[in-house]
Ligand binder design. Structure first.
Ligand code: SAH
Length: 246
């Protein structure tokens, strides 16, 4: 065996160091400011999402990928990764991360899916879905929120999401049918137009119950043209479903 002399081993170390620096350059160059939150996002996923039973690897990857702090008011960024809803203006909230993960997992999406979200709010849930599927349409009843979410999603590069302004009770007839529908405000009954806009085999995840109280989160599967199957996913608390366009 040949023992390298001091010069060769120095040259080798130098080469290793140089190649390390060169390979790190693109990383350093792209180092975005949001990196400050990578650790917080990881903790959010492990402590509040995995710990509470969400297992789908795709969903967990999406929750790790989406910059949640970009969807909350600047003043609330430090709390963006806590497991609670946060105010986003207009009396509305961004849902807590665990609920977003739970609903996304329950929607059982696959990459070619076309999904409708009712209640865009901040645009965060739409971004999580956009990480997983080909196409997302999201509808929001408050014009100013629709406008802001549209801008934020565009700024963050989510070009597979379209934000619409209107009453999501009626779904989006012109874009239907959907493989999955997520409703993120709570009506007191399941809107029939939404059921009709699901493909056979399509899934809907929706909180239903009285205003200002706890609701039940339902997973509905349209098993045939006429039949749906319902599964109770537990008690939740969502903002009310609004019915008049403003
Ligand atoms: N998915 C959102 C959560 C927002 S809270 C997020 O990730 O941030 C629920 C949203 O539903 C609110 O913005 C509210 O204005 C909206 N909403 C309530 N009723 C609605 C309706 N009938 N049609 C569309 N959006 C509605």
């Amino acid at each position: 065996m040949r023992t390298p002399n001091r010069h060769t081993s120095f040259a080798r170390r130098l080469l290793t160091l140089l190649s390390f620096i060169v390979s790190s350059l693109p990383l350093l160059a792209n180092q975005p400011a949001e990196d400050a939150f990578i650790g917080e996002r990881e903790r959010m996923v492990e402590r509040t999402i995995v710990a509470r039973g969400v297992e789908d690897e795709g969903v967990l990857a999406a929750m790790r990928a989406v910059l949640r702090h970009e969807f909350v008011p600047v003043a609330a960024r430090a709390q963006a990764y806590g497991d609670f809803p946060l105010p986003i203006g207009f009396g509305q909230t961004i849902s807590q991360p665990f609920i977003v993960a739970l609903m996304t997992e329950a929607a059982a999406v696959t990459p070619n899916d076309h999904v409708l979200e009712v209640g865009t709010g901040s645009g965060y849930q739409a971004a999580v879905l956009a990480e997983l599927v080909e196409r997302v349409d999201s509808i929001e009843i408050i014009g100013a929120l629709a406008e802001r979410a549209r801008n934020d999603l565009e700024r963050l590069g989510y070009d597979n999401v379209t934000v619409h302004h209107g009453d999501g009770y009626f779904g989006l007839e012109q874009e239907a049918p959907f493989d999955a529908i997520l409703v993120t405000a709570a009506p007191d009954h399941i809107p029939q137009p939404l059921v009709r806009q699901l493909k056979v085999g399509g899934r809907m995840v929706i909180p239903v119950g009285p205003v200002g109280s706890y609701q039940t989160l339902w997973r509905l599967v349209r098993v045939s043209e006429e039949q749906v199957q319902l599964e109770n996913l537990g008690g939740v608390r969502f903002v009310p479903f609004i019915r008049d366009t403003r």
